[in-house]
Design a protein around this ligand. Structure first.
Ligand code: CO
Length: 180
């Protein structure tokens, strides 16, 4: 749909930003609402798209590249999507979506998880205009994962100390392999 190195929303030249890796304490900070809808917001979103593509994810939250603002980007089926100040309402239905959950900030570790399937989302666009969207499947799963990041939560936070040690080992091994 869009070239990967172009901003889908503006003329900004996107920059690659460094990715913060678990257990960096920034990942446990709560991000704050975006209040100013200006060029620097459009720039941040463009930087997020580029960084998500570069690191090979289907989703990214701003905190993962060091920006404590409530912004999410997704890349589902080649379609770049962004959400500013996203809010969620989860369907009462017992319907779940299962996926092998992973995270760019937790490289090399994956685990089968389920999350509510149908969600309804409200957010603001780059101009501050309010929007709503219903979603399901991978998009819903990824959105919920990224929204957790904005609240300072990663998908491995609830793990036992032993399991967290395993996660840290996986991360170290993966980073070592990548640096070769
Ligand atoms: Co993540």
């Amino acid at each position: 749909m869009l070239a990967t190195d172009e901003s889908p929303i503006g003329r900004q030249k996107p920059k690659l930003l460094p990715l913060f890796i678990y257990p960096n304490p920034i990942l446990h900070k709560v991000s704050t609402d975006v209040e100013t809808f200006d060029d620097s917001l459009a720039q941040t979103i463009a930087d997020m798209f580029l960084s998500m593509k570069h690191y090979g994810g289907v989703g990214l939250s701003a905190v993962q590249i060091g920006i404590l603002k409530r912004i999410i980007v997704l890349d589902i089926g080649g379609k770049p999507l962004y959400y500013v100040n996203p809010k969620i309402s989860v369907s009462e239905l017992p319907d779940k979506f299962k996926f092998n959950e992973g995270c760019l900030s937790v490289p090399g570790y994956f685990e089968n998880r389920e999350r509510p399937n149908l969600i309804s989302v409200s957010y603001q666009d780059v101009d501050g205009k309010y929007q709503v969207e219903a979603m399901e499947g991978l998009q819903s799963f990824a959105f919920q994962h990224e929204l957790d990041h904005l609240n300072g939560v990663t998908f491995v936070d609830g793990f036992s100390p032993l399991k967290k040690e395993l996660v840290s080992k996986k991360i170290a091994k993966t980073l070592k392999r990548r640096s070769r």
